[in-house]
Design a protein around this ligand. Structure first.
Ligand code: AGP
Length: 603
């Protein structure tokens, strides 16, 4: 997810406006940033790796101008470098573009354009856009070139284009990624979300999927994907500017929980075809995929919990052994690494010191390392032998949510690809993966009871989370979410293990959160729930729709389970929100909890 901003006016105000707009969109990505101005004498660009504050140090070299575009990047293709920063231009430096999203077919387009003589300077997917516009005569008629180029692009994206030959207009396209027009006086704006222009206008037009727009200082026109001119309604924005930086949510954590369905779509984009996984999109050499005999997963915290789900998926679908270790233990275990072992390192930040130490140790032992990370260009992505990105977009809150569920989706893809390679493919699960974003929206719409549950849980001293199989792994994630932001002591137990000691702690009113999504284990877990209830526990259940035995619970949240192997990303949503609302009820600092950091780059 990136932030894009455009300004077109009659006064030379583009640069300060765009810079301020990018600062307000920095939460959407902060790997690199840049600004391009369309001037009659050519395109003027300044861009740099690093945050907006780094870009600010070089903006003085830009001349004033009335028309320009800007970008703050969350890398998806190509590491965060000056060359890969947006805006990108055509060969002659007469057209500039900024882009948010993913161009799925960029490699074939790049090959075609290079064969036509175009010279590329970056390794991003985005750079195909300005060269395609140049190929289609964009320096004569930008609007016509955009219309023609857009028919060649595949993926989810929004982009802005300007030309020095027509320095009084911005051409914009929206296909899935958000894009709005802000309506000023004698000037108009474009942005990924309206926090970028809210200080200048509260009147906006939201482009719809497939729309193209041409925006000048005093006019704008919109065409839908059929090419028909359309009128989109003008909206009055009534948010305060501070709120909009979190997309209108009170906390980044809530925003990141709510945007999980979109993150799942981005994670799966281009990685499923028909009834199969697109193996070439996994970033793993085919021979490794075919010859892997066992898997060792190393990670920390929530990423470790995702690894536990990955173990269940791979062992059940592929029938090869999987071991999961916390990185801080594995690095000092003097482990035995058998041949044919694939070592998978999972890390949202790609900077966790313990996880990096494991990768370095395994490489010294001659092992093969595969990174699952959300951060392009991270140390982990550069030091591992292979990498796959979760495409969750920037995760600002310390408590990890969408990074965790997209890590699980990547494990789903890997397990299914490994299974297919061994003649054990599951086309039915592929179909369910496709349904997850819409199922996720459905679950998010049914979560009102969770905030009521949280009001009660907020007064607890200890909370126990129980489950069996995948539900036990979910219980571990649920307890970590609760304690790291609400500071309530919580622990997870395999439901069948309670009677071996922990049951002694259960007394009248002890809260127990039970997760029951695995039908074949439900009866056993329900009997464990009855054991704790017999000792006075108050039970909150996260259960599959129509799960028998749910009567045993005092409170219940049900979720749709098409198959327990692909339901964990849905089942974790109530656990995430239970932690969130409990911390809110206790007045804690949800996004930046005490003693913690977003990335633990030290031992
Ligand atoms: C999870 O909510 C925590 N923020 C923490 O456990 C985190 O998952 C852990 O530090 C690992 O971080 P990483 O994924 O960036 O390696």
């Amino acid at each position: 997810m990136c932030g894009i901003v455009g300004f077109v006016g009659t006064q030379a105000d583009a640069l300060p406006f765009i810079f301020d707009g990018l600062k307000r969109l920095e939460y959407r990505g902060y790997d690199s940033a840049g600004i391009a101005l369309a001037l009659p004498q050519g395109i003027a660009i300044q861009k740099s790796k690093g945050k907006i504050s780094v870009l600010e140090t070089v903006l003085g070299m830009l001349p004033p101008g009335p028309c320009g575009i800007g970008h703050t990047r969350w890398a998806t293709h190509g590491r965060p470098t000056d060359q890969n920063a947006h805006p990108h231009t055509d060969c002659r430096g007469e057209i500039a573009t900024v882009h948010n999203g993913i161009i799925e077919n960029f490699e074939e387009l790049r090959t075609e354009l290079v064969a036509l003589g175009h010279h590329f300077v970056s390794d991003t997917d985005t750079e195909v856009i300005p060269h395609l516009l140049e190929q289609y005569g964009g320096n004569q008629d930008l609007e016509a070139a955009v219309r023609k180029a857009e028919t060649r692009l595949k993926g989810a994206y929004a982009f802005l284009a300007v030309s020095s030959l027509e320095p009084d207009k911005i051409v914009a396209v929206r296909r899935t990624s958000p894009l709005l027009i802000g309506l000023g006086q004698g000037e108009n704006y474009l942005a990924s979300d309206f926090s970028a222009f809210l200080s200048s206008t509260r009147r906006a037009v939201a482009l719809e999927n497939g729309d193209m727009a041409v925006v000048t200082p005093t006019h704008y026109q919109i065409w839908d994907q059929s090419g028909s001119s359309v009128d989109r309604s003008i909206i009055e924005i009534d948010w305060d500017i501070k709120q909009t930086e979190r997309g209108g949510y009170a906390h980044f954590m809530l925003k990141e929980i709510m945007e999980q369905p979109e993150a799942w779509s981005d994670c799966l984009l281009g990685r499923l075809e028909g009834e199969r996984v697109v193996v070439s999109e996994l970033g793993l050499p085919v021979e490794v995929l075919n010859q892997t005999k066992r898997i060792q997963i190393v990670a920390a915290g929530t990423a470790y919990h995702a690894g536990l789900i990955g173990k269940a998926l791979i062992e059940r679908l592929v029938r090869i052994p999987v071991v999961v270790d916390v990185a801080s233990e594995y690095r000092y275990q003097d482990p035995v690494l058998e041949s044919g072992t694939l070592v998978i390192a999972v890390s949202q930040s790609g900077e966790t010191a313990d996880t990096l130490a494991c990768v370095r140790m395994v490489k010294d032992m001659g092992g093969f390392t595969y990174a699952i990370t959300n951060t392009v260009g991270s140390t982990l992505s550069r030091e591992s032998d292979a990498v796959i990105y979760t495409h969750a977009g920037p995760e600002i809150a310390v408590a990890s949510t969408k990074a965790y569920t997209t890590q699980i989706l990547v494990f789903n893809l890997l397990a299914m690809a490994l299974a297919e390679a061994r003649g054990r493919g599951r086309p039915d699960l592929i179909q369910i993966l496709r349904e997850l974003p819409s199922l996720g929206h459905g679950v998010l719409e049914r979560m009102d009871p969770v905030s009521e549950m949280a009001e009660k849980l907020a007064r607890s001293r200890d909370v126990f989370y129980v489950g069996r199989g995948i539900d036990w792994a979910l219980a571990m994630e649920g307890q970590l979410k609760l304690k790291e932001i609400s500071y309530i002591h919580a622990e997870a137990y395999a439901a069948g293990e309670l009677k071996h000691g922990t049951l002694a702690l259960i007394e009248e009113g002890t809260p127990v959160v039970a997760i029951v999504t695995e039908p074949q284990l439900a009866e056993k877990t329900i009997s464990n729930i009855l054991e704790v209830k017999a000792r006075g526990a108050e039970v909150w259940g996260i259960v599959a729709d129509n799960m028998p035995g749910a009567f045993a619970m005092d409170h219940r949240i049900s979720i749709p389970v098409r198959d327990p192997l692909v339901a964990s990303v849905l089942a974790v949503i109530p656990l995430q929100l239970l932690a969130y609302w409990t911390a809110v009820a206790r007045g804690e600092d949800v996004d930046q909890p005490r003693n913690l950091a977003k990335s633990v780059t030290v031992e």
